[in-house]
Design a protein around this ligand. Structure first.
Ligand code: GLN
Length: 269
């Protein structure tokens, strides 16, 4: 009889251990891993960082600073994402997402321009703007409608400004639309008298003039279609886009968005 009770206790004990193991109870689980078995996925944010105050580098420093990195860092914290920033030319940004070289575009990109929305999926608008004509401080040019066919205008390749100066050249309104890879090159062309104007986004031109009003100024009022800056993801990546949009909505609700506008001297138009 004594042996029977011993066997019964052994069998019951084994059954309890098996039951615990089967429901995973009691063991301290390892932190979840991604499907690929690695740590949390690092998402690549691609940008062209000569677009102050949205994204730029300063004093030869590699770090990209500005409104966009601050906004994306706050969204990442809110949504539990891990980001790294990758620099490339503006007209390479959309192809980078299409070829899986990047996960997110954040570059003051106008989601309404051309066929961009056919190629990537844009999120909610985080800033609105329009274009301005930047001229030398001694220029008597009154605005974009006063340019003459002998003039040259510069802007950045692949941007709404770049497309506009190329269209103006094709229409014979200017002698040449000079499209360059970096905004800093466009400003240099103006400073050196190589071009008579630069077509640039108003908040970016304003930032440039905050330090160069001795050599440049705006000519006339804003023009072109209202631009809606938005981040973008690869076509179909709705899961990531929903996270980014939710994060942005949370920043707008909790005051962080307005705090960043103030930090970077931007006013939501
Ligand atoms: N907002 C303009 C565009 O979308 C310029 C953007 C930029 O140069 N980063 O084309």
């Amino acid at each position: 009889m004594k042996n029977f009770k011993k066997y019964l206790a052994l069998i019951l004990g084994a059954a309890m251990i098996f039951a615990l193991a089967a429901c995973g109870g009691g063991s301290s689980e390892e932190p979840a891993e991604t499907e690929s078995g690695g740590d949390a996925e690092v998402l690549k944010v691609v940008t062209e960082p000569t677009f102050a105050p949205f994204e730029f580098t300063e004093d030869g420093n590699e770090e990209i600073v500005g409104f966009d990195p601050d906004m994306m860092a706050a969204i990442a914290e809110d949504q539990g994402l891990t980001l790294e920033w990758v620099t490339m030319e503006f007209d390479s940004l959309i192809p980078a997402l299409q070829s899986d070289q990047g996960d997110i575009i954040c570059a003051g990109m106008n989601k309404l321009a051309g066929d961009r929305a056919d190629k990537v999926d844009f999120g909610e608008t985080y800033f609105t703007s329009n274009l301005m004509l930047l001229v030398s401080s001694d220029s008597d040019l009154s605005g974009i409608d006063a340019v003459t066919p002998d003039m040259k205008l510069a802007s950045q390749i692949g941007t709404t400004g770049g497309d506009m100066v190329q269209a103006m050249q094709e229409e014979g309104k200017i002698a040449e639309g000079v499209v360059l890879n970096q905004w800093t090159d466009c400003y240099l062309q103006l400073k050196n008298g190589e071009v008579q104007g630069v077509i640039v986004d108003k908040p970016v031109g304003t930032e440039y003039l905050s330090e160069h009003s001795d050599i440049a100024k705006f000519a006339g009022e804003g023009f072109g279609d209202t631009e809606e800056f938005a981040f973008a993801v690869k076509k179909g990546n709705t899961e990531l886009l929903d996270k980014l949009n939710t994060g942005l909505a949370n920043l707008k609700a909790n005051g962080k968005y307005d705090e960043l506008l103030t930090k970077w001297k931007l006013s939501a138009e």
